[in-house]
Design a protein around this ligand. Structure first.
Ligand code: ATP
Length: 366
């Protein structure tokens, strides 16, 4: 199946504000792409445009050579002719139909003959592991099972693309975790291209093959999840992806305190060729104890140690700034103790908020 290409897509609902601004995005064939961003950033609008439920104000959408929307050419293919399956946050199963009948429903609408209908419904239900409950009614299923049936209903119609809008947000934490693993397995088994909308960065990191981070209607970065985590393209992505979030230290014109300390280190490593407006450090990239040679280090006062079973969060004061360290080995420290804190991984951002890539080549970049 070919790629989905969005070119110069914009959407205004009127009133001059744009929900999506000049978006260029390619969803590769077989990808599991997450559209990630805070509430109101235009994720759902983008998904609805791909589905054909909204028409763009500008730009074009194509699947391979097949143009689905082109504002310029006055072209628009309605949702039912796009071969895409859509699952919303509030998926609705028919309460008076059994699980099997619910899954067969879409096939019946498409006039698929009864024996094939039955076989395809059963196969889709097997894929989502709800085949044992095929003759039950939706009210007799758990939330997670209902969610799987909603997915099976879409999978049964063999969509070229599966569009999912926050489908896990109504589930409790345990079920969400299970469903993330299930969705990943279903994606790998079916090979279907998935576009998934979420505001949950962990959901995007754990499931996606590609993440598109959006803010205020604009694409911030498109990258595989681990690459995005390791090298966020700008401050927005750096702070949005990761929990606890990356600490960002502003470097003013004549920096003092922690900013001054970091800046001296940056200058000594880059020969003053790099002038950051901000330096970012991830909590897990900060370490306590004797530093290896040639890394940044500073004395730190422990303010609190917060054990959480498998990890330890430590609140420190370094010069004039509070910072959090995330450690995966036990931290035996008490409040008031002075330790050395060091890091060999810094992210540098320029005045326009974008990453300074030349720093990454110094060996101290991420
Ligand atoms: N039908 C509509 N009419 C007018 N404005 C709309 C409509 N749908 C969305 N918007 C506006 O467009 C912007 C983007 O909305 P969208 O639903 O795409 O964001 P989102 O990132 O999916 O947010 P959420 O996670 O809260 O669903 C918002 O400012 C929203 O208020």
């Amino acid at each position: 199946m070919p790629n989905i290409t969005l070119s110069g897509i914009a959407k205004s609902y009127g009133g001059g504000d744009y929900a999506v601004k000049n978006l260029d995005l390619t969803v590769p064939d077989g990808a599991f792409m997450c559209l990630l961003g805070p509430s109101g950033c235009g994720k759902t609008t983008t998904l609805r445009m791909i589905a054909g439920l909204e028409q763009p104000t500008a730009g074009s959408i194509a699947v391979g050579d097949r143009v689905l929307d082109s504002v310029e050419r006055g072209l628009y293919v309605p949702p039912e002719k796009r071969g895409m399956g859509l699952v919303f946050q509030n998926y609705a199963l028919w309460p008076h139909l059994s699980v099997r009948e619910n899954v067969e429903f879409g096939l019946r609408m498409r006039k698929v003959p009864a024996p094939e209908r039955r076989a395809r419904a059963e196969s889709a239900l097997r894929m989502v592991h709800v085949d044992a409950a095929m003759d039950r009614y939706p009210s007799q299923l758990s939330g997670g099972q209902q969610q799987r049936v909603a997915l099976a209903r879409m999978l049964a119609i063999n969509p070229t693309v599966l569009l999912l809008d926050e489908p896990l947000s109504n589930l409790d934490a345990q079920l969400r975790l299970e469903m993330r693993a299930e969705l990943k397995r279903i994606h790998e088994e079916s090979g279907t291209t998935i576009v998934f909308v979420t505001h949950d960065q962990l959901e995007a990191l754990t499931m996606a093959t590609d993440v598109a981070v959006m803010n205020e209607g604009e694409l911030q970065q498109l990258a595989p999840p681990m690459e995005m985590y390791a090298r966020p393209a700008n401050r927005f992505v750096a702070e949005f992806v990761g929990s606890p979030p990356m600490a960002i230290v502003e470097i003013g014109p004549s920096p003092t305190g922690l900013a001054g300390s970091l800046m001296r280190f940056v200058e000594s490593h880059s020969g003053q060729s790099v002038v950051p407006a901000a330096v970012g450090v991830r909590p897990e990239a900060l370490h306590l104890g004797s530093p290896p040679h040639s890394v940044w280090s500073e004395e730190a006062t422990v303010e609190a140690v917060l054990p959480a079973g498998s990890s330890w969060t430590v609140r420190l004061r370094i010069l004039d700034t509070e910072l959090y360290v995330l450690s995966y080995t036990p931290v035996e420290a008490t409040a008031g103790q002075v330790l050395t804190c060091w890091t060999d991984q810094m992210h540098l951002f320029g005045a326009d908020g974008t990453r300074i890539p030349s720093w990454d080549k110094t060996g101290v970049g991420a």
